[in-house]
Write a protein that binds this ligand. Structure first.
Ligand SMILES: N[C@@H]1[C@@H](O)[C@H](O)[C@@H](COP(=O)(O)O)O[C@@H]1O
Length: 417
């Protein structure tokens, strides 16, 4: 290793082997090395080497890759969805149930809303633990199950797949790893083509999951005649508009975070208030803040917030408003004004044109609420990087590194050969 190179361990928990990647100063990978055997779990970051927070750099790099990842998935959609198409062509699908945890649940929530609002397809998202008595109420002939797991390792998702398959349902598994247990347990695997993401708090994998689910639903509806070419082209043009705006939006989010870094980062608690499609995107925003800054962050649907949650209003409370639906703008201004008057620190992030909020971070949008995760979510991803860096925290370092193995939430990845 010459002096211009640095040695990086990508923070992944590996049982049998550890993968070290030598990269140059431009972050280009020069060589991969596998070392074995290694019995204990270790988490190293560049901070541990005293060379700045490389994990934050890595997370930033992943999130900046997003527009390229989205465009690639959109461009390759006719090939990408062949496995799904082959399996479900000619099936009379009436309903889709999406199952996933964490970010994959948030992606499922967004997709369910998209299926209903944009495709007229009945859909619902559930976390595996809440499937409960649902399966016997569904018809396996007309209901399709989408199991979503970026890593393909979430145990409760695997259990849900087994349960549904035992009852005769067909399950499509959406993962970024075709050799993962989730992929292997399903009837058909659908790739989330986001590339590697060796950082715990996911960015490009989550938004790539959303897009893959959106497009998979569109594909199903177009092969079964529910979606005509014209509507498909209109929706795709919205995606393209949103993706094209992303580099500029990323730059604006960085400026905004840097300008408000201290005030934003030193908050003990974050309340995110949004409406419509913004709510599910805000759930992911809250999860990102919580995972990286290790402080409570919770997202509320705007109108729900008014029913009791308003008791939170007090000095020291930080509200992040994400207005989406123009019908609510005036009502939300009122809440923002009220919160500010009662000592809250409020910030407003929107990609809706002419929202009329003062001091809002205004991002470019497609004009369609379905592209929220490619627009306003960027702010939360960037804040997770810059805020954790400001607080001197390694964004990839779990507070309790052995938590997943202790609580048995993740399957063990097969060793690298
Ligand atoms: N902390 C992680 C989350 O960040 C992740 O979203 C979730 C689901 O992971 P996967 O999508 O790989 O199933 O697992 C854990 O809970």
């Amino acid at each position: 290793m010459d002096s211009a190179c640095k040695l990086v361990y990508h923070g992944k928990r590996v049982e049998k082997k550890i993968k070290l990647i030598i990269i140059n100063e431009k972050n280009e990978s020069l060589k991969n090395i596998h070392i074995k055997p290694l019995k204990q779990t270790i988490h190293l970051s560049a901070m541990d080497y005293g060379r700045g927070n490389l994990m934050a750099e890595k997370m930033l790099q992943y999130l900046e890759e997003q527009p390229a990842v989205w465009n690639r998935i959109l461009e390759n959609r006719s090939q990408l969805f062949q496995p799904l198409e082959k399996k479900f062509f000619e099936r009379k699908i009436k309903r889709v149930v999406l199952v996933g945890s964490g970010s994959s649940y948030n992606a499922s929530l967004l997709a369910a809303q998209f299926y209903q609002e944009m495709l007229g397809l009945e859909a619902q998202a559930e976390v595996p633990a809440r499937i409960g008595t649902l399966p016997p109420l569904l018809d396996p002939e007309t209901t399709l199950i989408f199991a979503v797991s970026q890593s393909g390792l979430s145990i409760s998702t695997i259990q849900a797949i087994h349960l549904f398959r035992k009852l005769g349902f067909t399950v499509a598994g959406f993962t970024a790893d075709e050799s993962s247990p989730v992929a292997g347990a399903c009837d058909v695997h659908q790739l989330i083509d986001c590339g590697d993401e060796f950082i715990g708090p996911k960015t490009k994998g989550m938004t790539a999951s959303v897009l893959t689910l959106y497009l998979a639903g569109m594909r199903l509806c177009s092969v079964t005649g529910r979606l005509n070419c014209e509507k498909e082209a209109t929706v795709c043009s919205k995606f393209l508009r949103s993706f094209a705006a992303a580099p500029q939006n990323i730059a604006r989010c960085k400026e905004f975070c840097k300008a408000n870094l201290r005030n934003l980062s030193e908050q003990p608690f974050y309340t995110i208030i949004s409406d419509g499609t913004g709510y599910a995107a805000a759930c992911e925003g809250a999860l990102k803040i919580l995972e990286t800054l290790c402080v409570p962050a919770y997202s509320y649907e705007f109108e729900e917030y008014l029913h009791g949650i308003n008791n939170l209003i007090a000095p020291g409370i930080c509200n992040l408003f994400v207005p989406v639906n123009p019908a609510n703008f005036q009502w939300m201004w009122k809440l923002d004004d009220y919160c500010r008057a009662n000592g809250c620190s409020d910030f407003v992030i929107t990609s809706a044109p002419d929202s009329g909020f003062t001091n809002a971070l205004e991002l470019e949008g497609s004009g369609c609420a379905c592209t929220q995760p490619f627009e306003t979510l960027l702010l939360f991803q960037i804040f997770s990087v810059l805020g954790s860096e400001y607080k001197g925290m390694n964004c990839d370092k779990s507070k309790f590194p052995n938590f997943c193995s202790l609580m048995e939430t993740k399957a063990v990845r097969r060793p690298v050969h």
